[in-house]
Design a protein around this ligand. Sequence first.
Ligand code: DGT
Ligand code: CA
Ligand code: CA
Length: 577
Amino acid sequence: MLVHNADVAAIFDQIADLLEIRGDNPFRIRAYRNAARIVGEWGTSLQETVKNSGALPRIPGVGKDLDGKIREILETGHCALLDRLKSEFPPHLTDLLEIPGLGPKKVRTFYKNLGIHDVNGLYRALVDHRVAGLPGFGPHSEERLRQSVEARLGKVRRYKLVTAAEYARPILLALKKVTGVREAVIAGSFRRMRDTVGDLDVLVASDNPGPVLTRFVASEGVERVLAQGPTKSSIVLRSGLQVDLRVIPVVSLGAALVYFTGSKAHNIALRTLAQEKGLKINEYGVFRGDTPIAGTTEESVYQALGLSFIPPELREDRGEIQRAAQGPLPPLVRVEDLKGDLHSHTRRTDGKNSLREMAEAAQGKGFEYLAITDHSRRLTMVHGLAPEDLLDQANEIERIRRNVPGLCLLKGIEVDILEDGTLDLPDDALSGLDVVVGAIHSKFGLSRSDQTTRILRAMERPHFNIFAHPTGRLIGAREPYDIDLLRVLRKARERHVAFEVNAHPERLDINEVACKMAKDEGVLLAIDSDAHTTGEFDNLRFGVGQARRGWAEKKDVLNARSLEDVLSFLGKTPQRG
Ligand code: DGT
Ligand code: CA
Ligand code: CA
């Protein structure tokens, strides 16, 4: 076997890396590093020298012990010590060393402190901001590292809807103030409320584009201007998010909105339909020959094609066009339709606000009801509640109810579904509550059949009301666990269990496709904030977005119902608080 000096050096380097990750004696580590360097730079082939002379030349700086290792490698191509060290660690741990800026010491910290095994694990930790708290790391180094890891994973970066919304707001506000601007809208996937967006597409209706473009490229937080023409421009913000601008004539606003809202698939289907009718459609309007017949409003564009108006959330070419040809589409659920929230947390577990603060915030939002659903005891890292804590909280709820007139506080729990499908609290602890939200927080890796069975069993429990964040995904960070969704939905219908559309920006779970399935299976949706702070009730709009993308109407949503109807669904007799 041909063994180069460089091969020997590489093995020594790997040994040094692993010894360092292990936290071994620094002198020993240095001996391997030095040997790697010296052998790697040795001018003649060690293997040939040994073959020709029968002996290894004396290599300065390399001790006896390492001499033996060099011989071993030259003869076999392997080193038993390296194989042994490798077996002490997860197989892909050392892949982390290939990420710019990461050496063995940092890899050791990730492995020891966070249990990270590979690049994907590191990525999840970065997305969850678990790295920023480690010694030697802060928010900035975390962000830099995340970018390197993304590059390594070959991810095309997409942004959470909430993040995109944050960046979009000041840009829109500024553009709306520019003289001559009739309208400024974010089109694209953002307007369709996709769970993530690739870039922002800003559409401005103005018959005087110059000042709009000037203001746009001067937006706060611009890192680079990618392109600038007379009516369009693209910028990249410091966060990496790209923003495209198109300024269009006021008379074309409707047609431009349709075109730039997309989706691409929807546009293509519209174009085909237009051609069948002998029409032409583009971002300036709908035309018969050269004569414009529609384009100022979106309604006019759809009408010219013989369609009723299609809400942006449905524009994915998933049957909406055929449906709109038959008549008006069903009215989709709106944020204003929500009468309450059935999943929220307080400081008693991992929330950041007190029960009273949460209740007052919900009252301020005009809710009729708010369910307090802190975690059950199994989630020890958040000090989950045992039965006696639940009683204590029930008393607190009774007291606070008087301070929030008009709002009914519901006593609830987010109870853990254990691996075997039992719940983390006994039935008699749950029976005293108004609402039981069940969720999975562990053992995400069970097989499809085990995971499904686990959930079906949990739903058999008499007090199980709402299945929370049913697929367990974390956007960009954790894939959904594997379940037979249809079976679970059918069980949910049979057991009068509602499926949650968790509106937390990192979850948006279930997604639109599952929402549509739930609707088709006759399972009610509960669009919940899962709020851990008073500010998070505002996230409900993102949950509503997913539900709308899944064709959900007001009648499909549990918490669009009155308190009385909700209590009756939960199997409770209405009692006025
Ligand atoms: P994203 O940014 O990846 O989240 O997704 P979108 O849908 O925002 O896509 P984007 O930004 O590439 O383009 C914005 C809209 O412009 C898109 O939804 C539809 C329209 N559009 C873009 N490219 C084409 C195209 O090649 N043909 C047609 N008909 N429309 C297009
Ligand atoms: Ca876009
Ligand atoms: Ca774009």
